[in-house]
Write a protein of this length. Structure first.
Length: 432
């Protein structure tokens, strides 16, 4: 009798767990279909989809596109959130709890995006909290002024710092006819270093395209089945330091590896169908952009980066490698100005800055040329608070990895925690 009771209990618990998994799987499928429906009204919503064709909604005609069903889509998102919230955590493994939390955060973002397509305007911080599960820190103007003061001592010449930086930096532009050679060399090295620590499917691959007339510098279009199209925008001059930045961020160990591991481990490995789709305006993007930026330092830590640039990339680009050390020192300071972009965007978004005032702010505090500042404004107009995913996302990922032992003097542990982060359903609140 006791044996039968134990067997009955085991069967009962298994059936409960299986039911919870089925509930989650059903909600995940409905979530994917919701994202695809919303994407019919804003083409930027769906960054990637490689699921079944019959999950795609029927194409809308012109009249249907003009009548956005905000209330219907909002209710769908709310129903899915309620369904997930009703699943008892005690019946879930730790990983399943992460999955549940991930889906809830993604759906909160989708509900907010539905409201935005319907005409809702959020303040910058409110939008970033809803879409990316994060609010970037605020910095006073004096913080950036102090960094500029340090740069003033390092840059040659006197006068306007931004103009001096631009003049100094011109000697580090990659000639257009050498761009592909330099970039593909950098991406091959990023891949080699990544494969020493991360096992990728044997069929993973990518192609590189050079494009123009885009508001961004580089983009990874993940196509599924471990394949990416990496695009590099050539509208503006590309500097030698951008070779490693773009190679790592868009490729290895950045977006290409991130998407490949999620597809391999969670979609194919566990059958979690939510990974058929990547909604751009979602917490998933903070992890994607944050790890892609921090991945540069994981693959090329500290002095090893400048050593490689001096030995390989500078000569390939026909640039004097003896200038690399000082250039790297200056760039290290310039990187600290990244959060100035957030501050300017926040003021612009919240109505405190005009477009011209934002351009002037970016020119002064990010050392952008007027042309680059205007490109940044185009990006902010199109993607809004998305910009926090690059700098604050990187900071969150860095702090999380280093807090768990992945410091520069322990590279193996750093790679281990980094790989775990890009292989599982994390959101930014998990990193705090």
């Amino acid at each position: 009798m006791r044996t039968l009771t134990v067997i009955f209990l085991a069967v009962f618990l298994f059936s409960c767990t299986t039911q919870k998994e089925n509930d989650m799987q059903s909600i995940a499928e409905r979530y994917v279909k919701l994202v695809l429906k919303v994407g019919q009204y804003d083409p930027d919503v769906v960054d990637a989809y490689y699921g079944p064709d019959d999950w795609k909604p029927a194409e809308l005609n012109k009249e249907e596109k003009a009548n956005f069903p905000k209330d219907k889509l909002t209710k769908e998102s709310e129903d899915l959130i309620k369904g997930l919230s009703s699943i008892d955590d005690k019946d879930l493994s730790d990983l399943e709890k992460m999955r549940k939390n991930f889906l809830i955060k993604q759906l909160i973002a989708m509900k907010a995006k539905i409201a935005m397509i319907g005409g809702k305007k959020y303040k910058f911080d409110e939008e970033s909290k809803l879409l990316y599960d994060a609010v970037a820190p605020h910095h006073e103007q004096a913080y950036f002024a102090e960094i500029l003061s340090e740069l003033d001592k390092l840059l040659p010449g006197k006068g306007d710092i931004a103009k001096r930086f631009e003049k100094y930096r011109k000697q580090f532009i990659i000639p257009k006819d050498l761009l592909d050679t330099v970039f593909t060399t950098a991406i091959a090295e990023g891949r080699r270093r990544t494969l020493e620590h991360i096992t990728l499917p044997s069929n993973e691959h990518f192609v590189v395209e050079y494009v123009s007339n885009k508001p961004w510098g580089g983009y990874n279009w993940y196509k599924g089945n471990n394949f990416s199209v990496i695009q590099v925008n050539t509208d503006l001059p590309i500097y030698i330091d951008r070779a490693i930045d773009l190679a790592c961020h868009e490729g290895y160990p950045g977006h290409h590896v991130f998407n490949t591991l999620l597809e391999t481990n969670l979609l194919k490995g566990k059958g979690w169908v939510e990974y058929y789709v990547y909604p751009l305006f979602s917490p998933m993007s903070l992890i994607a952009e944050g790890t892609a930026n921090y991945g540069i330092k994981v693959a090329f830590p500290g002095k090893k980066r400048v050593e490689y640039e001096k030995k390989v990339l500078f000569p390939l680009a026909g640039i004097d490698p003896d200038k690399a050390d000082k250039y790297n020192e200056i760039l290290h300071l310039v990187e600290k100005l990244n959060f100035a972009r957030n501050e300017g965007a926040r003021k612009y978004y919240d109505g405190e800055f005009s477009r011209e005032e934002l351009i002037n702010w970016l020119m002064k505090y990010t050392l952008a040329t007027k042309e680059r500042a205007a490109k940044s404004v185009d990006f902010i107009n199109k993607y809004g608070s998305y910009i926090i995913n690059y700098n604050y996302g990187q900071e969150l990922c860095k702090n999380y990895i280093e807090k768990h032992g992945g410091t520069e003097d322990n590279p193996s542990k750093r790679w281990e925690i980094f790989t775990e982060l890009i292989s599982n359903p994390y959101t930014s609140s998990d990193l705090k």
